[in-house]
Design a protein around this ligand. Structure first.
Ligand code: NAD
Length: 256
């Protein structure tokens, strides 16, 4: 990681933003934290600036992107919501973030997509590739598929380096049986963000955001390619979810 890196983190008050902030030394030398909800104030000596506002505000994005080296874009709705909100915040907000990155020559953008962008793929015996075609299982998933398409467009059209993370389930610990397969530990999320920021591979790529779970359904190829080597395995929580309930038919865990 380049020590002089100035990182913009959107959605910084949220779960993943908080994980990243708490390990900031691993990913950046300073950060500009953006959220509509105020993140906790900077601790003494903590190299962060707080910027209260929306990813849909180009003026705010101009302020935070000026001189920045990279963006980790996490801000938005992290689950189903009315479509006008998903459309405005997840889709248009991502377009505004990418547009600001383009205006200011930010060299790397890492964007949180979701397994729900591809959630209606049937879970099979073989690991699902990182770049499997979009097949959303919800309007939230549709918004993330649109986010992915927007990222791909910006990468090709403007030669931008963008990594789209298809995140499984990032929580302190697995919260149900399915998450024994889909869990991304907080520490592995930080490893993933760090690898995505540091990778010398340019252009666009998808990477599954999942830990080294014994029961994982998703490919390791995209992670290997950028040097993401997850270290945690949800199996150590397996005794919390005993038995063998039928595995979900679709990788997003949603039923029809
Ligand atoms: N946690 C997971 O398991 C998981 C799984 C798949 C994808 N993701 C994606 O990762 C990202 C972060 O997820 P999370 O779990 O931290 O969610 P979260 O809800 O805890 O955090 C999202 C943050 O975005 C902020 N936000 C909402 N609208 C905003 C706006 N207009 N401008 C700026 N900030 C705004 C919220 O205030 C919140 O702090 C989301 O994009 C989510 O879709 C998370």
């Amino acid at each position: 990681m380049t020590p002089s890196r100035t990182l913009v983190i959107t959605g910084a008050a949220g779960r993943l933003g908080t994980y990243l902030r708490s390990s900031l030394d691993d990913v950046a030398s300073k950060a500009r934290l953006v959220d509509v909800v105020a993140p906790p104030a900077a601790l003494p000596g903590e190299p962060v600036e707080i910027h209260l506002g929306s990813v849909t505000d180009p003026d705010l994005l101009d302020v935070v992107c000026r001189g920045a080296n990279a963006i980790v874009h996490l801000g938005g709705f992290a689950g189903d919501a009315p479509w006008p909100d998903l459309s405005e915040v997840n889709v248009e907000g991502t377009r505004q973030v990418l547009e600001a990155a383009r205006r200011h020559g930010v060299s790397r953008v890492v964007v949180a997509s979701s397994n729900h962008a591809v959630g209606f793929h049937v879970r099979g015996p073989r690991p699902l590739p990182d770049d499997v075609a979009p097949l959303p299982d919800s309007l939230y998933g549709v918004s993330k598929a649109a986010v992915e398409a927007m990222c791909r467009f910006y990468s090709v059209k403007f030669s931008m380096d963008i990594v789209c993370l298809r995140i499984g389930s990032c929580f302190d610990t697995p919260e149900n049986h399915r998450m024994l397969s889909t869990w991304l530990s907080p520490a592995d999320f930080v490893r993933l963000a760090s690898a995505s920021l540091a990778s010398e591979h340019g252009g666009f790529r998808f990477v599954w955001g999942v830990s080294a779970n014994t029961r994982r359904w998703w490919s390791t190829v995209g992670g290997d390619a950028i040097g993401f080597h997850p270290e945690d395995d949800a199996e150590r929580f397996a005794e919390l979810y005993p038995g063998s309930p039928p595995e979900p038919e679709y990788v997003g865990g949603v039923t029809i």
